[in-house]
Design a protein around this ligand. Structure first.
Ligand code: ADP
Ligand code: MG
Length: 344
């Protein structure tokens, strides 16, 4: 009797196991992967890969993600005279300007990150960016008096945000906001939200050096991401491979965007304190759950340099880094917890 009961329980358990395995197998079979073509948006190449239950849903999730990225670009591109950011840059020195809630949220976060990074990240670098761009075009270094003039407009203390009516005002004329070091990360986060809302169960959003992944690939594997060699002649070589899920990765470097004056290449990242370019690190990769944060910190650590940059990363929860110094591009400098992300 006892034996029979045991047999019965075993049969039931085996049946449940087979049923579970079948269901799981079926579900996996029903996962499809759709890849978008490369698109140019936010001044970079964007590509989205989505995993979903069927082709139509998966494609729609990609469409929704791109729609969101284009919407944010339209709001935040300072080189588009019709963007809301351009309107802010033109008017906020004279009057309060009411803005979109997402743009407002991003300005709030920018102020938070400026404080977190001790001013290394600062969206008021706009006039500095313009000055260096102009100088690169004229092939001459900025003069001390030009830099002193720009200095008057730099600092997040010159922004006044009013959460009651989502408005922004500048305390000083000449302030110009540049969201180049945060907008792509924010957009990748928002794109992922859209994909999930529209039924994707996994995906990878790549906006140039800004990557956000969620869920897994159609083979239930983690997403594999390569970090490129910052050395110009070996830029197609991958120097580290990361395996991740529900994680964002941002790389800032001076190998794609830079200013050339004479024979010298200057980084497109500025130290707001000195107004000089940040050239100590050739490449900074940040890995953390949130794309906005990884984007910001890759720029901030470029400014802070190896020692202070690593200190900041060690103090920041769930955040890891891989740095490559400009004077030794063969060595990877890693934060203490980064190994778990390196693909085996
Ligand atoms: P990428 O655009 O390649 O992702 P970053 O995320 O590092 O590179 O952003 C660099 C851009 O951010 C610059 O081109 C400039 O527009 C702006 N920027 C430069 N220096 C700073 C800084 N210290 N803080 C905030 N934004 C910056
Ligand atoms: Mg970036």
């Amino acid at each position: 009797m006892k034996n029979q009961k045991l047999k019965f329980i075993l049969v039931i358990l085996t049946a449940i196991l087979i049923f579970y395995l079948l269901l799981n197998g079926l579900q996996n079979q029903r996962q499809v992967c759709v890849e978008s073509p490369n698109k140019i948006v936010m001044n970079t190449i964007a590509k989205i890969t989505a995993i979903g239950p069927d082709k139509k849903t998966t494609q729609l999730s990609i469409n929704a993600a791109f729609k969101e990225i284009y919407r944010l670009e339209k709001l935040m591109n300072r080189y588009d005279a019709n963007s809301q950011l351009s309107q802010v840059n033109r008017l906020a020195g004279k009057e309060s300007v009411k803005i979109d809630k997402d743009l407002f949220a991003l300005l709030q976060q920018s102020i938070y990150y400026s404080e977190l990074t001790d001013g290394a990240f600062d969206i008021t670098v706009g006039p500095l960016v313009d000055l260096w761009k102009k100088c690169a075009e004229a092939n001459s270094m900025p003069t001390e008096s030009q830099l002193a003039e720009v200095k008057k407009t730099i600092g997040c203390d010159k922004l006044i945000l009013d959460a009651n009516d989502f408005s922004v005002r500048f305390t000083t004329k000449g302030v110009s906001l540049d969201l180049g070091a945060i907008a792509k990360g924010f957009a990748a986060d928002k794109a992922i939200e859209e994909m999930k809302k529209h039924g994707a169960i996994g995906g990878l959003v790549a906006l140039g050096g800004q990557i956000g992944g969620f869920g897994t690939t159609e083979k239930n594997a983690k997403w594999l991401i390569g970090i490129r060699n910052p050395e110009k002649s070996q830029n197609n070589q991958i120097i580290a491979r990361l395996a991740l899920s529900d994680t964002a990765v941002s790389t800032s470097g001076n190998y794609e965007r830079f200013y050339k004056i004479g024979e010298h290449r200057f980084s497109h990242i500025f130290n707001p304190a000195t107004e000089k370019t940040a050239d100590q690190l050739a490449s900074v990769t940040i890995i953390c759950p949130n794309g906005t944060q990884s984007d910001v910190l890759s720029t901030a650590v470029s400014v802070l340099g190896k020692q202070k940059g690593l200190e900041l990363i060690e103090q920041t929860d769930d955040t890891e880094a891989i740095l490559i110094s400009a004077d030794n591009k063969k060595m990877l400098i890693k934060s203490s917890g980064v190994e778990k992300f390196i693909a085996k």
